[in-house]
Design a protein around this ligand. Structure first.
Ligand code: NAP
Length: 537
């Protein structure tokens, strides 16, 4: 570690320094130089950032472990205010933050502005979750001393936070799934300090948001180790973070190979820990016959809008369309082909992602029929949209066709009949989403598909498009592998807090020692499950 300055609440949060934030201290790394890169202009951005070494991992983890006790002892109300302060600090930096994120990602101004709103909305949602209180999981089984043949003890349950959490910033959501994104917000809400590994694709955006969080930590008088932001290689610094004994859980959004590598590293630790990795999904869209016959052309145009949005760089991008072959599917395909042929080339997030996309499309060209290509890419980082078709047998026989191609590429599967549609559905890998377009006349077929899709996807939606994930209490952004490494939970929405909590039972613990969530008299005014009945008594 070199060139260290200490972060204080009055520190300027809007000037980029090229530094990491290690427990309230601004630190310049000494490793590989990385710079933000403007994929639209093809230029590298100032300032230079340098990767940290294992000393910064040690310092951040030691500080996070030290912070855990006092941080988890804060009240729900204190943590709620802290999350709201982070949101306010991000909003205060918007004038600097938005242009920087636009420059580092090539994403449109409106999209980044929306993502700032979403990020702050997520932080405020978790503040509301904390105040609402059901995350405590408060339950009481009253003592039954007279019960025969054996008396029952007084048993009470509540949740406690796991400990320091490592979060990997995502490339494709520079704000909402990055430094103060959903993983960080939910872990901080749960009472867990967070050590973020920022993504090299947007170091300036990461630093600005990191400063917004560090300022909120300092202003709230929280231990500095509550939050750190590091830069470094995934294989070296990222793996060191995940295998550090003081880290107790991991949040990740990215590739299947990266996510599974981190799951393996975490499982090989002397003390294995959970890794919540959101990885790979091709998001099937089922077009049922009634919907296709009444609005095939309309669906074709709307589908291309969802497919090409943000250069297709969404984990919920519709990469697969499944329907019974025939004239109505031809109508859909004709409209989609026409719309896609007009799709302008748009910059992808990084040269590497653009190269992976081009390689993936080349593989698809060898394995399926090309229906349409968007307008030709005018730079090596631009995305040229692509639409392919195949039949069910071809799809099921090909690993290439079943793999995610991250970007604006999709595949239409022409099925012989409804049985074949159901058969393809039952053989899909796990997905974040499954979409069904259905009219009233499709109810019987939709009813047949629904139980299949429930076992395949985290979110099932009718007559809409999967891109765009509402952040709320009922949302699931998850799903069976490879969509995620743990299908029992979600990385978007209120339930995400549960990933970083575990239940503890308190049996015959003296009343004077009981945590307030499960104390007599219900001082926190929570809804609690008492002897099998929810009550606020
Ligand atoms: P990525 O390569 O998985 O990287 C995400 C993070 O994980 C980075 O910090 C990376 O470190 C780290 N990492 C990657 N492999 C690792 C390993 N073996 N061990 C330890 N850490 C590792 O994802 P990306 O950079 O965002 O994009 C690359 C590809 O991922 C895309 O082309 C796309 O296919 C896929 N992707 C999918 C989604 C989705 O939501 N489905 C989202 C984003 C990306 P480094 O900085 O060293 O690379």
């Amino acid at each position: 570690m070199v060139d260290v300055t200490t972060f204080a609440s009055e520190t300027d949060t809007q000037t980029l320094t090229g530094q990491m934030i290690v427990a309230g201290t601004m630190v310049t790394g000494a490793g590989t130089e990385v710079r933000g890169f403007d994929p639209a202009a093809g230029t590298a951005l100032e300032p230079a950032y340098r990767h940290g070494d294992l000393a910064v991992v040690e310092a951040a983890c030691a500080a996070a472990a030290e912070a855990f006790g006092p941080y988890r002892a804060t009240t729900s109300a204190q943590r709620a205010k802290f999350l709201e302060a982070i949101a306010a600090n991000i909003e205060a930096a918007a004038e600097v933050l938005i242009p920087r994120a636009v420059a580092e990602t090539g994403l449109p101004h409106a999209r980044i502005t929306g993502e700032v709103g979403r990020t702050c909305g997520q932080l405020r949602l978790f503040a509301a979750v904390l105040r609402e209180g059901s995350w405590n999981g408060a339950r009481i089984d009253s003592a039954l001393p007279e019960r025969t043949p054996a008396p029952r003890a007084d048993i009470r349950q509540r949740t406690v936070p796991l400990g320091p959490v490592a979060v990997f910033g995502a490339s494709n959501f520079p704000l909402a799934f990055s430094v103060a994104g959903g993983d960080t917000a939910s872990a901080l809400a749960a009472g867990c300090p967070v050590v973020v590994k920022g993504h090299d694709a947007h170091p300036g955006t990461s630093e600005l948001v990191g400063r917004a969080v560090a300022k909120a930590v300092a202003d709230a008088g929280l231990p500095a180790g509550t939050f750190s932001l590091l830069f470094g290689s995934g294989r070296k610094l990222g793996t060191a973070l995940v295998t550090d004994a003081r880290i107790k859980a991991v949040g990740f959004t990215g590739s299947r190979s990266g996510g599974t590598a981190l799951v393996a590293a975490a499982a090989a630790r002397p003390e294995p820990i959970p890794v919540y990795a959101e990885m790979s999904s091709i998001n099937p869209v089922f077009l049922l016959p009634g919907a296709l016959s009444t609005r095939g052309a309309e669906l074709g145009a709307a589908f291309v809008g969802s497919l090409t949005m943000g250069s297709g760089q969404f984990c919920t991008n519709p990469g697969l369309v499944i329907a019974v072959d025939g004239p109505d599917l031809d109508t859909f395909v004709a409209a989609a082909t026409e719309a896609l042929a007009q799709a302008a080339p748009t910059p992808m997030l990084t040269p590497n992602i653009a190269k992976s996309y081009a390689d993936g499309v080349r593989d698809l060209e060898g394995a399926a029929d090309v229906l349409a290509r968007g307008q030709a890419a005018d730079s090596s980082t631009a995305c040229q949209a692509a639409l392919f078709s195949t039949d069910a047998a071809g799809f099921l026989a090909s690993d290439v066709l079943q793999a995610e191609v991250f970007g604006a590429s999709s595949l239409v599967i022409r099925c012989a009949d409804a049985d074949e549609v159901a058969s393809v559905a039952s053989k899909l890998e796990g997905q974040l989403t499954a979409t069904v377009h259905a009219d009233d006349s499709d109810t019987a077929e939709a009813a047949r598909l629904l139980p299949v899709l429930e076992l395949k996807a985290g979110r099932i939606l009718f007559n809409g498009w999967p891109t765009g994930v509402e952040v709320g209490y009922a949302m699931v952004h998850g799903g069976p592998f490879p969509a995620t490494s743990d299908s029992r939970t979600t990385s978007v929405g209120a339930k995400a807090i549960e990933r970083f909590l575990r239940p503890v039972s308190y049996q015959d613990v003296p009343k004077s020692l009981l945590p307030s969530a499960i104390a007599d008299g219900n001082p926190d005014h929570l809804w609690r499950l008492i002897d099998g009945r929810f009550t606020q008594d």
